[in-house]
Design a protein around this ligand. Sequence first.
Ligand code: NAP
Length: 475
Amino acid sequence: MAVTATEKKLLVGGEWVETGEWIEVRSPYSGDVVGRVPKAGAAEARRAIDAAEEAMSEPLPAHKRAEILVRVAGYLGKRHDEVAQTISAEAGKPMKAARVEAARAMSTYTFAAVEARKLAGDVVPMDASQAGVGKLAFTLRRPLGVVGAISPFNFPLNLVAHKIAPALAAGCAVVLKPASQTPLSALLLAELEHEAGLPPGWLNVLTGPAAEIGDVLVDDERVKLITFTGSSGVGWKLRERAARKKVALELGNATPVIVEADADIDEAAAKLAANAFAFAGQSCISVQRVYVQRTVYDAFLERFLPGVEELKAGDPSDEETDVGPVIDDDARERILGWIEEARTLGAHVLTGGEADGTVIRPTVIAGAPPQAKVSCEEVFGPVVTVSAYDTFNEAVELANGTRFGLQAGIFTADVRRALQAAHELEFGGVTVNEAPTFRADQMPYGGVKDSGTTREGPAYAVREMTEERVVVLQL
Ligand code: NAP
């Protein structure tokens, strides 16, 4: 597929604007320029907040917000090829995965539209206390205010959708700063919202130096919530600096999965081979650490390794490709360095371990010690460790042996074991007989420990983006 370089403008106050300076967007696979976007700074960020505040001074009724959200879902369907190709070109995401992401964004918009239509408060049972007798009370769910949204490169469409669609459902205007490496999908989504009839100021999109735009979002008191998806280091610093506002953090993981001896080993090996390497492991819940009960360890590897070696690595624009490049040279060098460190610490690379051009071959490492970075930090690349364990308690301890806590999984035929794992694994989500890379967009999704503070999924994000006001009536 030939990629045509696209030029996109920023959206501020309903106008498509340039700034005179540009950021080039390059394919992580070929290095070719696939687009360019204007470079904005603090001044544009302030203008965007002004526009968002002004938009919110004339609230949009829920039915209008829902209609716009439904329309965007429809446009995403109609322009599916263009949307998937944009994701693939700028992120280096294989078309197979880009198509899934484009389809998931439709789902995110559809669920957000449902939330817009059912946004309501509660009736408080006032006569449940003596003080309340003779009174009626109910709550209103009010939009929190202007939302500052910051998104990462790895799901440049659907993770933007997970911020801007619930914000509109909640009645909040947004200032969005997408990742500098992948701004095209976000700006395409902004075009779709614009075409769907979104009035000026409700969505503003800025690309440019992260710290400069981030500082304005942190410092401006009119921004009531910063919703951030990205790395832990950046996220937690933002939260420290924005002590007086709500900061929703959706951060990284070092995803573990336990394979018990009674599990269906064929199914576990097939699902894990597919889910550890999709988008070159650059999903926050990509399978990274596989713990297999010792009695089935060899049987698991006999099935898992051929599954990994069958994956097709290469050009992301090829519809057959499973594993493409990682996002840039720095990421590739870092990941290869971590593989080398594991080797130095005594681990064995069972397959992969090197790069072919810009693509790191899917890599499986055995015997990595717990202190190796591949065992405890987030690799965010096509690398998996496999380790044998003897007892379930040992497996849980190994799985929990990380500062992260986003999602984890277990394969077992024993429902009691599965429920025990659900209780004892310190993660925001636990999958049973499914790879922990699984996410459906309506699920509550988010982490504990260093992985974050909140839950996304339209219903949960809308809760974060609204506040309750109680109204008390004397009867
Ligand atoms: P990142 O480097 O932290 O960047 C994320 C966003 O933060 C980008 O828009 C970036 O802008 C911006 N940013 C960087 N420094 C900033 C600052 N000082 N102030 C304000 N904004 C700043 O993360 P990434 O490499 O794009 O994404 C990978 C990470 O995201 C991984 O850790 C992954 O696990 C995590 N993630 C989590 C989830 C989840 O839902 N929990 C989902 C996907 C990814 P620039 O691009 O301009 O630098």
